[in-house]
Design a protein around this ligand. Structure first.
Ligand SMILES: [Zn+2]
Length: 118
């Protein structure tokens, strides 16, 4: 794969990483654990009614699922950046063939070629 393309995708991955991190920081705190988990903060509850508490639970549930998907995405982005550093970027993790360029352009964090994606 040409270095210019890798350079461009690396920039995109880095800006994705920054924006995902910023988004997570708005409602979650990073675990001290080395694996880079995030933990959604439980909404502050004051002396609200039962109804308000139910809303908060709902909101918390929503945030948890948002957090989960952001976290997975961030993990993929970090893994892709790591592969760029190690010079192993753009190879399908299943068949080790090069992932199609168009696919990487659409999703630079892709881990599999089109054939092996899911
Ligand atoms: Zn493959």
């Amino acid at each position: 794969m040409n270095t210019k393309l890798i350079e461009e995708l690396k920039n995109r991955l880095e800006s994705q990483k920054n924006s995902i991190t910023k988004e997570l920081e708005t409602f979650a705190k990073k675990d001290d654990a080395p694996k880079g988990d995030w933990e959604t903060k439980y909404p502050n509850r004051e002396n609200g009614s039962m109804e308000e508490e139910a809303d908060e639970m709902q909101e918390y549930d929503n945030m948890l699922s948002v957090e989960h998907s952001l976290e997975l995405k961030l993990r993929d982005v970090n893994a892709a950046l790591e592969k760029i550093d190690k010079g192993r970027y753009g190879l399908c993790e299943k068949c080790k063939k090069e992932i199609e360029e168009e696919r990487l352009m659409a999703a630079p964090e892709a881990k599999f070629c089109i054939e092996h994606n899911k």
